[in-house]
Design a protein around this ligand. Structure first.
Ligand SMILES: C[S@@+](CC[C@H](N)C(=O)[O-])C[C@H]1O[C@@H](n2cnc3c(N)ncnc32)[C@H](O)[C@@H]1O
Length: 354
C-alpha cells in the first residue's frame, strides 16, 4: 500500500506533512502530501506501491513529533451504502494483515466530535462481525483502524501495535487532578507517560529526587513533581500556589531563570517558560552541558509560521552542543495532546557522573 494517514492537532497539518516527507526522504521513500488545513489529518501518498509499508517499517513512531497516530491505509473509500457498510468495508480486508482489534475514530475537530457516537456504535457492530469471522485475533500484531470522515466516507488502515499510539485518535486521556494549581499540570504528566515507560518510573520519576522548575508559577508542573514526592526548587517571579507551598517540599526563589545557577546538580530540570525557542534551547543546553541536571522536560513555544523548521533547527543545535561536550544522551520530542502552540522535549544524559 502507498497511502499513509497521519493524525495531528488541527492547525498543525503543514508541520505533520513536512515532517513525514522529510523522514521518508531520508530513507529514499518519495511522495507527496494531501492536506486540508484544520482537518486534523494528513495523507502521505508515496510514488512507490509499497511506500507506506516501507515507511512504517523503517521509521520509529516515536521519531515523529507532530503525528498523534499513523496508519497504512487504502485510498479514501467514498459513498459507502449506509445499509451495507460492514459488508462493503469487510471486502477490503483481504489485503490487510491479521489484526487484534478495531478502532473506529473521527478527526479531533468539531465535525469529528459530532461523529463520535456513530463511531462508537458502528465500531462495536463492525468489531462483532469481524470477530465472528475470525478476522480479529488476540495474538495479532496489528490494529485495524477505520477513520471516519462522515457516515459514508472512510480511510481503512492498520498500524503495528508496537509502532503506533495505543489510544483512540492517538490521544492519551488524563484526568485533571483537582488539587493541581493550573491546567498546565497535564502537560508534564502526559510528557512523563509519553517519554518514560511505566516500568522505568520507579527509576526516573520517583520519590526523593531533587527537581528544579524554571518558570514554575502558579505551580502546575511543580505539583506533579511534589506528587511524585520530589523536592522542588521553583524559580519564578510570580506567586506560587499557597497550598503547594504548604507541602513543605517546595523552595520558591524569585529569580530570573536565565541567570540562576544551581549550587548542586538536580536530578530533574523542567521548564515551561514562554520565550523564543532558540533562547530556551540555549538555556537548556547550558543546563545539560554544565551538568546542572541529569534529565529535563521542557517546552518550546511555537507562535511563528515556520514551526517545523524552527523545531528542527533548535533540536539540531541542542544535539550538536551535547555531542561537542562529549555528552551521551537520549532525546525525544512530541507535540502532546495537552500542548497547544508548543512542543515538549525530553533529554536524558546517559553518561552522567555520580
Ligand atoms: C506558562 S507559565 C508556567 C506555568 C507552570 N508550568 C504551571 O504549570 O503552572 C510561564 C511562567 O514562566 C515565568 N517566567 C517567564 N520568564 C521567566 C524568567 N526569565 N525567569 C523565571 N520565570 C519566568 C512566568 O512568570 C510564568 O509564571
Amino acid at each position: 500500500m502507498n497511502h499513509l494517514l497521519l493524525y495531528c492537532r488541527p492547525g498543525f497539518e503543514k508541520e505533520c506533512a513536512a515532517e513525514i516527507r522529510d523522514l521518508c526522504e531520508q530513507r529514499g521513500i518519495y511522495g507527496y502530501c494531501k492536506l486540508d488545513e484544520h482537518s486534523g489529518y494528513v495523507l502521505f501518498v508515496s510514488h512507490q506501491p509499497d511506500g507506506a509499508e516501507l515507511a512504517v517499517q523503517q521509521i520509529c513512531f516515536s521519531e515523529l513529533i507532530f503525528a498523534r497516530q499513523w496508519l497504512v491505509c487504502l485510498p479514501l473509500i467514498e459513498d459507502v451504502d449506509r445499509e451495507d457498510r460492514i459488508a462493503i468495508l469487510s471486502q477490503h480486508l483481504e489485503q490487510f494483515p491479521l489484526c487484534q482489534e478495531l478502532i473506529v475514530e473521527p478527526a479531533d475537530t468539531t465535525e469529528g466530535r459530532e461523529l463520535q457516537r456513530f463511531c462508537n456504535s458502528f465500531g462495536s457492530a463492525f468489531s462483532q462481525s469481524l470477530r465472528k469471522k475470525g478476522l480479529l485475533q488476540k495474538k495479532a500484531l496489528h490494529r485495524l483502524h477505520l477513520f471516519a470522515i462522515s457516515g459514508d466516507c472512510f480511510y481503512l488502515g492498520y498500524a503495528a501495535i508496537d509502532n503506533s499510539a495505543p489510544w483512540p485518535m492517538g490521544i492519551m486521556r488524563l484526568k485533571f487532578p483537582k488539587a493541581a494549581p493550573s491546567r498546565s499540570t497535564l502537560k508534564l504528566e502526559e510528557a512523563w507517560h509519553w517519554f518514560i515507560p511505566q516500568k522505568d518510573w520507579h527509576r526516573y520519576v520517583s520519590s526523593g529526587k531533587r527537581a528544579v522548575d524554571l518558570g514554575a508559577a502558579p505551580g502546575g508542573w511543580t505539583w506533579q513533581l511534589v506528587n511524585q514526592n520530589m523536592f522542588v526548587t521553583a524559580i519564578d517571579n510570580g506567586p506560587m500556589s499557597p497550598e503547594l507551598m504548604d507541602s513543605g517540599q517546595v523552595t520558591h526563589l524569585t529569580e530570573d531563570a536565565f541567570t540562576y545557577q544551581p549550587a548542586k546538580r538536580f536530578d530533574w530540570m523542567v521548564c515551561d517558560i514562554v520565550d523564543k525557542p532558540a533562547r530556551v534551547t540555549q538555556l537548556m543546553t547550558e543546563w545539560l552541558v554544565q551538568d546542572w541536571c541529569r534529565e529535563t522536560i521542557f517546552n518550546l513555544k511555537l507562535p511563528m509560521k515556520q514551526r517545523y523548521i524552527e523545531v528542527k533547527q533548535c533540536l539540531q543545535q541542542l544535539q550538536n552542543s551535547l555531542s561537542e561536550a562529549g555528552i551521551e544522551y537520549h532525546i525525544a520530542a512530541k507535540h502532546l495532546y495537552h500542548d497547544r502552540e508548543e512542543i515538549t522535549v525530553h533529554v536524558r544524559v546517559l553518561n552522567a557522573t555520580d
